[in-house]
Structure formats: C-alpha cells, structure tokens
Design a protein around this ligand. Structure first.
Ligand code: ATP
Ligand code: MG
Length: 401
C-alpha cells in the first residue's frame, strides 16, 4: 500500500468502524468492557458523531463532515481499548448500490493518488445468504475498476489501492485503510491511581502505560517554590494536558509544596540521606492523596539502574513507607525505549525543555545509593512526619484539567 494511502480521507466517508481488542475479554467482563469503551468513544466524539454497537464492534455515524476528520481518527485510535479505526462508507447490502458506491469511492482514492498503479478489490461476506460469493463480487467490481485507469493492474498481495467491502446482515461497508489503535483497556473512572509527575521524560510515559491498562490517573507534582520556578510548574501542566487529551474525563493535577519538608530534613537528617528522605515524603504525601481520592496504587517513572538513585535498595527504602502498591511500569525499560514512547505520546519535546528538579534542593553531591532502612526510620521518626504530610496535602493547589 502506498504510504500516502494510510491517511487518506475519502470524501464519501460517512462512518468510522471501530474494532476493539477481544483477547482479554472472554466471558462475563465483555459487556462491561463494551459499555465503558462505548462511553469513552462517545465522550471523545462530543457532538461530531454517534456511536452504535455493530456485532462485536462499533460504528460511529458522523453527524456531518467533521471539521478535521484525520484528527478525529487520530483521537479515537488513541482511546484505550481501540484496536483499529477505519473511515468507511456505509450503504445498504445489495449489489447494485455496493458496486456504484465502491466505484465512486475508488475514483476518489485514485484522484487523490495519481501515482497509484495497482489495485485490489477484496469483498467479505459475513451474511452468507448474500446471493453472490466474495470472489464473484471481487471480479464484478474489479473488472469495472480496471477500465477506470489506463495501464493499471491487479495486485492482490500489496496493491497501491485496496478497496475492501464487507457485507453484513443490515449494511455493507466500503473502505480502503485502517489506523491501528492503542489497544489496551478503556479507562475506568473507578480504577484510580496517583501518578507522580515530575517534569522529566519518564513519569508521563509511566502514567500513559497505566492509562492504557484502564487506570484513571490523579497527577501529583512536587515543587519547591520559590526555589523552583513557575515555568517548571507550567511545564508539568502542559505534560499533564497531553495525557488529559486521551482521557474521556477531566483529570486532577495536585501541585504540592515540598519546601517545608525539605527544610525540616535538611535541618535534622544525614546529608547523604536527604534525597531519599524527600522521596519517602513524596510517596507518603502521594499516598495520603490517594487515600483521600480513593486511589488504589501509586505510579512512578522509576527504571532500575537508570540513575544512581534508582537502585533496588532505594526502591526498598521507598516502599518501606508504603501501604499501597507502587506500580513502576518502566522498571525494566532502557532510556531509548522510554524516549521512543515519549516521542510517540507527544511528551518528549516538552520533557526535554529545561526545568528545576525539586530533589536537588539542599541535596548532597553524592546521595546514597544504599540507604540503610533502620537509619532512615530513626531519622524520620525524629520529625513530626504526619504534621508535615497533612500540612503539605492541605497546602496543595488542586487543578482540574
Ligand atoms: P522522570 O523522567 O520521570 O523525572 P527521572 O529519571 O528523572 O524520572 P527521578 O528524578 O529519580 O527519575 O524520579 C523518579 C520518579 O519519581 C519520577 O519518574 C516521578 O514519578 C517521581 N518524581 C520525581 N520528582 C518528582 C516531582 N518533583 N514531582 C512528582 N514526582 C516526582
Ligand atoms: Mg526527574
């Protein structure tokens, strides 16, 4: 298939066929999955179309020609649970109409792709009572199509233009390409997690990974204003907004001041342990927010061995303060894999803009990589931990994206 075919919007497009991934959906969970996916698609569509169930798939009836159909196709293919989006023409399941429509559809594709030299027609009958076989339909429409362009030939394996026809009980569909979706599971507002979002490359990718497994994130960012800048916070908001775009509902971003805690740690804890104390406090605060918001887990962008602080010992030291599970979707990824995902997600360009790292404030030159848990506990117990945590949560600014 020609590369340019893959984004072609045929002006005869009336519907979008939405396929979903069925592998994980055997049995009882399926109706619930379909209901949630349908709901999420409807939210993504707004007033641009209506979603209908169509034998294990969905068809979106486009209300009028939407302003920007390629963008809509992109958006829908990014909805968790979607396996593919296919712009198509929906017509009645009788052969005269199908032939006329398929030829007009093909003509539009040919006009848009003057370089196309080969074609194929592929019909599929789901309704086996249809009076012609798939092969007969291919030949009837294919032979007429052949005469529409000088010197072009059939290529069944890799045609420049492929016209697919699907004949079902109540309707027939005509289309030429599909856009692959993100797959995964539809986001579920009851499966809430708190995602710790720094301004870096990793944490937005980690949040995305759990979102495409059905979780709804509550974002938490820690700042050390006035030592960290407004620009750094603005950057985190932009990152969170990229993720908001793939969510069917508004998302929360909590901006939490860490400075009072950092000062308390600086004044009374071992210098080399400061960074890990900050981390433990971040996690305890995030956990308190999770409890208040009914979230069941925390999510971080930590990857094993990526930076000196992301060692097993330090993860253990962090998990020491947790009662909720900590999900680390990137734990075994290398930087290149994460960067590739961040680029595809659209967060990379934002993440690489400079920002202030909260954790470096009052941090030692050589933070420990082998924190001793008993020492951490002793040092933390000397602080009014709960007062500090509750004060930080109460002072947080909560934004609805
Ligand atoms: P990232 O690219 O996500 O910043 P990183 O490689 O820089 O990750 P660290 O700075 O060690 O790694 O942070 C590890 C994880 O801790 C981050 O992925 C994020 O989930 C969380 N985190 C770090 N700093 C902050 C912050 N200021 N606010 C919220 N979460 C943070
Ligand atoms: Mg970071």
């Amino acid at each position: 298939m020609l590369e340019s075919t893959r984004s072609l919007i045929n002006p005869k497009t009336t519907h979008l066929l939405i396929r979903h991934q069925e592998i994980a959906l055997k049995g009882k969970n399926r109706p619930e999955f379909e209901r949630r996916l349908k709901n999420n698609l409807a939210k993504c569509l707004g007033n641009q179309g209506q979603v209908h169930n169509a034998s294990g798939r969905f068809v979106v009836e486009l209300v009028a020609a939407p302003d920007n159909l390629p963008l809509l196709v992109d958006r829908l293919s990014g909805v968790g649970g979607v396996a593919a989006v296919t712009p198509c023409l929906l017509t009645t399941p009788e052969i005269e109409g199908i032939t006329t429509q398929a030829l007009e559809w093909a003509q539009n594709d040919m006009n848009a792709l003057p370089e196309a030299r080969t074609f194929a027609v592929r019909a599929r009958r789901v309704n086996k009572r249809f009076p012609m076989s798939s092969n007969e339909i291919d030949i009837q429409i294919g032979s007429q199509l052949k005469s529409m362009r000088e010197g072009w030939t059939v290529n069944l394996k890799d045609p420049d233009i492929k016209i697919s026809i699907e004949i079902r009980q109540r309707h027939a569909l005509i289309y030429s390409w599909e856009k692959a979706g993100v797959r995964g599971l539809p986001m579920d507002p009851t499966q809430r997690v708190v995602c710790l979002l720094s301004g870096g490359i990793d944490s937005p990718v980690a949040a995305y990974e759990v979102m495409r497994r059905g979780c709804t994130p509550v974002f938490v960012h820690f700042h050390s204003k006035p030592f960290t800048s407004e620009a750094s916070i603005a950057k985190v908001k932009r990152l969170a907004n990229v993720l908001r775009e793939i969510s069917p509902q508004p998302l929360e971003l909590w901006l939490v001041p860490l400075l009072p805690i950092q000062k308390a740690v600086r004044d009374s804890c071992n210098e080399r342990y400061r960074t890990i104390h900050y981390r433990r406090f971040m996690m305890m605060i995030a956990q308190e927010i999770a409890n208040r918001r009914g979230a069941k887990a925390l999510v971080t962008g930590e990857a094993l061995g990526q930076v000196a602080s992301q060692t097993l010992s330090n993860m253990q030291a962090i998990d020491d303060v947790m009662t909720l599970p900590v999900l680390r979707p990137l734990v075994t990824s290398d930087k290149l894999q994460i960067v590739t995902k961040a680029q595809a997600l659209g967060t990379f360009a934002i993440s690489i803009e400079p920002h202030d790292d909260t954790c470096v404030l009052f941090a030692p030159e050589r933070p420990t990589t082998q924190a001793k848990i008993s020492t951490l506990r002793e040092e933390a117990e000397a602080l009014p931990q709960y007062d500090l945590i509750f004060a930080a949560v109460d002072a947080a600014e909560k934004i609805l994206l």
